[in-house]
Design a protein around this ligand. Sequence first.
Ligand SMILES: [Zn+2]
Length: 376
Amino acid sequence: MTPSRIDHALKRRRRSRRDLAAQIGVADKTVERWIKGTSEPGDENLEKMAAALDFPVDFFSGRPLEEIDHTKPSFRARRSSKRLLEAASQSAAIAFEVERALTEDLGFELPMLNLPEIPDACLDDPELAALRVRDHWGLRDRPIRRVVGVLELNGIRVFSLPADMVEGKVSAFCVENANGTPFILLNTRDATSGERTRFDASHELGHIILHRHRERIGPHDESEADRFAAAFLMPRSSIMEVAPRAEPSIASLSTLKRRWGVSVAALARRFFDLDVFSDRQYRRICIELSRYGRRREPNPIPGEPSRLLPKIVEALRQDEGGLSTLSALSLLHDEELDEYLFGLTMLPVTRGGGRPPDGPEFPPGEPKLSLVGSGS
Ligand SMILES: [Zn+2]
């Protein structure tokens, strides 16, 4: 029994101690004692607790999970309740465990972290920092076909956010594990928001590059991360080559946006920031877009899949029971594990594998991904 895991499970499920005690029919103090480690639940109560919190019984005897202070990750949803942010932080602690099971227990060799040295002078300049990263990763100034794939290849772990976090309006965040490996948890649920996933992933990359050593991330850092994301996805030199000469419209931007894999709003904002669009032109596009509907994106691109996880899932599938071994080692129910793995384990493996049926044809810009040797 690992008492701290009860506390983690409660936070992850956004439940109070009192609530749990009432559900399984014990006194509040009894649960307090279990968490303090001064007494242990018997088999029957352990099973009740596991069922109430929707974790396997074994979850409660795993090694202690990493403690993540909920003020540490790069949440944008600052106004969200403490409970929601704590739950999201716990979901990251669980993602750490999944990665640990993959690497330490199953012997997968995941890409090593490969970040450029950013001189201090560049840390205040998101545009320059984004160029440095592109340069270091051999992306030159072309559109990036797979943002998630590029991050994975360069040693940043990307997992999908569980559904209840997405419903709670947490869209993406990053946090480092004790080994200093950055993790990004992303909303990948909305299959028609590839632009959003790509921008969110690039925004989190901005935090990793610019704010890794910060104690806390503030509102100013959010706009820096946005500027980094825009420069990373749409480098000045190449985006200027295609800048519209005529009066811009949603229709003309809709074609261009697909090439860069960004939203019309992000593209228009980039042109405005680069002084291609006047104040009036930019404002007009924004008004047109809001008429179009806040939640609709013109000429949308499909959601962006992981490139690494389908290979891992495929390798596990080759092994009889490989996927259940991973859930068992991560001490999670199969369904919960699936939530972190882009929903790949419950479906035929082709789903996240190749390019989505109507995937955007971004020109190849990133190095080829040739990874994951399974040591087992
Ligand atoms: Zn942010």
